[in-house]
Design a protein. Structure first.
Length: 78
């Protein structure tokens, strides 16, 4: 599971950088383009990490809402 998430993150970062380079060819040329690409890849890593943690939190909340609640037993006093 973790390996597939890692692979998905790397592929999405790679494709995002390529699509940015194709959209703005003049900006992404030379050393400045490399620095911009590395910065955007770093931002993408942070974004994906935040999305994964948010999805885990939402899943936990949904599991708590839909899970069975403990039922209290009635005690008879004599």
């Amino acid at each position: 599971m973790k390996k597939s998430i890692w692979v998905f993150a790397m592929v999405s970062l790679f494709l995002g950088t390529i699509s940015l380079a194709a959209a703005f060819p003049g900006v992404m040329s030379g050393f400045g383009g490399i620095v911009i690409g590395i910065f955007l890849a770093y931002c993408g890593i942070i974004l994906i990490a935040q999305l994964i943690s948010a999805m885990v939190a939402v899943r936990r909340v949904l599991e708590e809402l839909t899970g069975e609640k403990p039922v209290s037993k009635q005690v008879t006093l004599r």
